[in-house]
Design a protein around this ligand. Structure first.
Ligand SMILES: NC(=O)c1ccc[n+]([C@@H]2O[C@H](COP(=O)([O-])OP(=O)(O)OC[C@H]3O[C@@H](n4cnc5c(N)ncnc54)[C@H](OP(=O)(O)O)[C@@H]3O)[C@@H](O)[C@H]2O)c1
Length: 268
């Protein structure tokens, strides 16, 4: 039996590499990313999301039924205008063969004033990154009728190479016995990268469409730090709780995600 082709854009990234690692054998997953890769390897394609020709070529070669877009668009990740243009282009290119698009959005599309956000709550991003994510969502909704947008918070854990950047910063200080300040009055949804990757494949199996929030815990950065100190047997008193009000940047206070829809989807 022929395996269904899936094009995984961002396969070298933190999330993308874990999605590949967890991929079920019944799919033929094509790995795609931007930097030099060994094109002689089977099922590897070089792609640049800012370059239409490379996208067309990748689609022609891999003939995907599903495109998993676990990628950033360097160096424009926080530029809403550019992200809007490139996302629209990608979605339009996918439309002709009616390919399903799975896109990773963020809790940063919310302003953080209420927390526990549901999928259809009002969006109001505060940061350029959040605005860029929202503009991508809007393009997908406008130009595709076959998509799944997965909104998630902080993705934590480790891939083959290292820990996520947030955990790494804390662990590097703890290893040197250095104190590190973490906000204790902002809240984020978090999820382990492996758990998210496994959920992605389950959602693909269920052929879910639309928007879904996927998260595991609700934590402050201080709580995330304490967790790491405890897990790796470091001195937890090195994690110093501070207020976000000390920060000069404007921060969303509580962007936690409500996951009732996810629980319901898996109960069915
Ligand atoms: N990490 C989080 O906490 C988090 C939370 C919510 C949502 N997300 C979203 O999840 C997705 C994956 O995040 P991540 O943290 O796994 O990212 P990451 O580790 O920074 O990986 C980025 C990936 O994007 C590829 N890439 C960058 N620019 C590209 C371009 N112009 N064309 C094609 N590929 C390009 C990179 O390929 P090269 O290696 O070849 O450059 C790499 O494979 C992103 O959309 C992000 O916004 C992440």
């Amino acid at each position: 039996m022929n395996k269904q082709n899936i094009l995984l854009i961002g396969s070298s990234g933190f999330l993308g590499s874990k999605i590949f690692e967890c991929s079920p054998k019944k799919f033929c997953v094509w790995k795609a990313h931007r930097n030099t890769m060994d094109n002689t390897k089977i099922h590897h394609i070089k792609i640049d999301l800012t370059d239409t020709i490379s996208i067309k070529k990748a689609l022609k070669i891999s003939k995907p039924k599903i495109v998993i877009y676990a990628s950033r668009i360097y160096p424009h990740d926080s530029n809403p205008k550019k992200i809007k243009i490139y996302t629209k282009k990608l979605v339009q290119l996918l439309n002709a063969p009616k390919t399903k698009l799975i896109y990773f959005s963020s809790d940063a599309v919310f302003d953080g004033e209420k927390g526990n956000y549901k999928e259809n709550d009002k969006t109001n991003p505060k940061t350029d990154y959040g605005k860029a994510k929202l503009s991508a969502e809007q393009m997908i909704k406008q130009f595709s009728d076959n998509f799944l947008i997965i909104r998630t918070g902080y993705i934590l854990g480790r891939d083959k190479k290292n820990f996520d950047k947030r955990s790494l910063e804390v662990l590097n200080c703890l290893k040197k016995n250095q104190k590190i300040e973490r906000f204790d009055d902002i809240k984020r949804s978090t999820i382990k990268v492996e758990k998210l990757a496994k959920i992605v494949w389950k959602l693909i199996d269920q052929n879910l469409k639309g928007i879904i929030h996927v998260a595991e815990k609700k934590q402050s950065p201080f709580e995330m730090g304490l967790y790491l100190a405890k897990k790796f047997n470091f001195d937890s008193s090195l994690i110093i709780p501070v207020s976000y009000k000390k920060s000069k940047i404007e921060l969303a206070v509580d962007t936690t995600l409500n996951i009732d829809k996810l629980s319901y989807t898996f109960k069915k």
